[in-house]
Write a protein that binds this ligand. Sequence first.
Ligand SMILES: [Zn+2]
Length: 162
Amino acid sequence: MCAPFRPPEPSQVPVGRHPLWDEALAAVNRDLAATLPEQRPLRLTVYPETADPDEQVYVALSDGEAHGNPLMPYESAAEALTAVADAAQETVSERLWRVWPVCTLHDLGMHPREVDGRPSWWCAGGSREGDPAHVRAAIGELPTAHRLHRPNRKRRKGGTPR
Ligand SMILES: [Zn+2]
């Protein structure tokens, strides 16, 4: 007889099962790639113990490790994006032990927040007057960290040797 197979590890949620979360995660992964290029993309994960009709989906690192709460049902695409960004932040902060994402103007951790209906990375701003809280960027549109390390090596191949 075959014993039922239960994977001991969290398993990846097939792409397409939760299209709005897939879409949201793609946006958040753009921010991750822009700010932590050494990290592999996050993914949606479900833990076998909780895999039932109302399965609990987490945002996990590429190795399947997640932290925090499962994603909650959403009412709109904006809500789904904000929730996925929030879950991603929780997982990255707790699993990688780092503040993410960081506002490069204030060196502060930012938080996902819907501002004027747009899911955004919100920064509390500086402590001085005249340096108020602000939206750094829409989620999915964080600028690339400015540590471009690009040796200027543009040699043409196939040039005629002397
Ligand atoms: Zn800031």
